[in-house]
Design a binder for this molecule. Sequence first.
Ligand SMILES: Cc1cc2nc3c(=O)[nH]c(=O)nc-3n(C[C@H](O)[C@H](O)[C@H](O)COP(=O)(O)OP(=O)(O)OC[C@H]3O[C@@H](n4cnc5c(N)ncnc54)[C@H](O)[C@@H]3O)c2cc1C
Ligand SMILES: NC(=O)C1=CN([C@@H]2O[C@H](COP(=O)(O)OP(=O)(O)OC[C@H]3O[C@@H](n4cnc5c(N)ncnc54)[C@H](OP(=O)(O)O)[C@@H]3O)[C@@H](O)[C@H]2O)C=CC1
Length: 517
Amino acid sequence: MAASREVCEKVEDIAPLPPRSDQRRDRTAGFVIVGGGIAGVTCAEQLSALSPDDPVTLLSASPLIKSVTNFRQVGRALEEFDVEEKTTGALQKACPNVRVVHTQVRAADTDKHEVYTEDGETFPYTKLCICTGGQPKLITKDNPYVIGIRDTETVQHFQQKMANARRVVIVGNGGIALELVYEIEGCEVIWAIKDDSIGNTFFDRGAAEFFLPHLTAGKCEENKPLKRLKYTVTESSSDSPKKGDTAMGGALGPDWKDGWRMKGKHDQAAHRVQVEYQCEVQEVLTREEFTRTGQTAECFPGTSRAEEQNDDWPVYVLLTNKRLYGCDFVVSATGVVPSTGPFLHNDQFSVAPDGGLRVDDHMHTSVPDVYAAGDVCTASWEPAPQWFQMRLWSQARQMGSYAAKCMVADRDGEDIDMDFCFELFAHVTKFFNYKIVLLGRYNAQGLGKDYELLLRCTKGLEYVKVVLQAGRMQGAVLIGDTDLEETFENLIVNGMDLSPYGEDLLDPNIDIEDYFD
Ligand SMILES: Cc1cc2nc3c(=O)[nH]c(=O)nc-3n(C[C@H](O)[C@H](O)[C@H](O)COP(=O)(O)OP(=O)(O)OC[C@H]3O[C@@H](n4cnc5c(N)ncnc54)[C@H](O)[C@@H]3O)c2cc1C
Ligand SMILES: NC(=O)C1=CN([C@@H]2O[C@H](COP(=O)(O)OP(=O)(O)OC[C@H]3O[C@@H](n4cnc5c(N)ncnc54)[C@H](OP(=O)(O)O)[C@@H]3O)[C@@H](O)[C@H]2O)C=CC1
């Protein structure tokens, strides 16, 4: 499919930046990648493997780079892996033609095929891959009491605030909010969500019901974590760039909570979560602004009015349901905005409504010789029926790897088929300490009203949901150790007519694997 040339959104008030100096590196232009997150590093590794004699330069604003280890293909599209922070030395040792430069890119001139950095250097390229990830999309800007979580630095900031916190307001109903409400202890949590059930980015109402008891029951530690990831908290090394307002470190991922203290000021470990359904934040008020309103703040359930009035909160949050809560700080877990800043000086880029650089089915942007992968891009091809983009670690890896293959194939004038991973959406993760597998159109996304659901639920143990349309499986949610993922993945991909099997499909007494062998 040809790249879309349509420009949906232009940054017209920013003039193209010339290089700050003529400090041009004397090196043959080769592949250049911007971003040391999972997309950029995977792209560099794959380029190195496919084209070991060509120079590959990875420009990254973060001092440590992210890398996939212990990769396991657990199905046709399902994969599990650990993520490590690597030093640049380790990457360069494994991939000798890759050079990592810690620097922040500030602009690119795609006509000249050059990238310019904050420290005044110019990097020419023959093919460029933009993997600059995203930043938290906050409900308010520049409010010290409203924070987002993205990289090691922002988690440290969150942790400092947590240490003395008595109450925190969490806004958003996606991955980060789900993880925080489970992890935070010793602190009251007001969880403000737009929807009528929790976690709707990942679950339907049934699965939300399955998890509700865990909101207040506290953490269950007996299960081993699915994946382990340890982030090293480092002071910026001398060669690391000074990060500007726009470049963040690589995004966190699986098990980012491990090793971070999420305990507030109160001694008790109990979870105290109050969910405020179907509301948004109308206003965030300072204490003085709150006093001027003359309004009375809500008490936390179980807290008496007398106790509440003694609380001198630094910030107050007015919700659209007119409830007003005092708190120590607000976490805005409200999604991601792609970090496209340095590249929009050049208004040739086609930008999707969600702010991502549009890419075609070869990960190519609308600009010649420029590719993009991971959170920064928006998949703008006609997707396979059971695949859609979600800004996830797994997709960042898959896109980074596939972009590298496309860059080499394009250079060599070869054709390349799309990777199988884009045939089926598949995500393995963990919420409330349960294994979660999401396959295909797991929430019947885009199926209209013409679909049926099969459900199997054992309270506290497992929740299985299958989405069928015209007898064919379109998606599934598997919570707990169901062992159904491989079979279901095959059934979705094969498009087999399952109408003859009816509800037997989820009969726990039938070995489904044997059934379809
Ligand atoms: C708290 C949290 C938990 C998560 N948990 C999961 C999970 O359990 N499972 C899952 O699948 N996904 C998870 N995600 C999402 C996942 O982390 C991201 O989708 C993925 O890491 C995106 O990778 P990326 O390489 O595209 O971008 P990033 O990891 O954001 O990397 C971007 C890189 O670009 C660099 N950069 C940015 N601008 C510039 C510039 N101008 N010049 C030079 N370098 C620049 C940055 O420093 C960074 O190195 C989580 C995200 C967060 C924030
Ligand atoms: N285990 C995993 O797989 C995890 C994955 N992640 C990933 O990390 C990234 C960041 O996570 P997160 O920030 O939770 O983003 P998500 O995209 O997962 O969720 C954002 C949530 O915030 C809601 N929202 C957006 N704007 C507002 C607003 N103004 N007021 C109230 N609610 C709002 C969204 O609702 P709506 O959709 O209706 O707009 C959605 O419920 C995501 O890409 C996520 O997928 C993060 C943690 C764990």
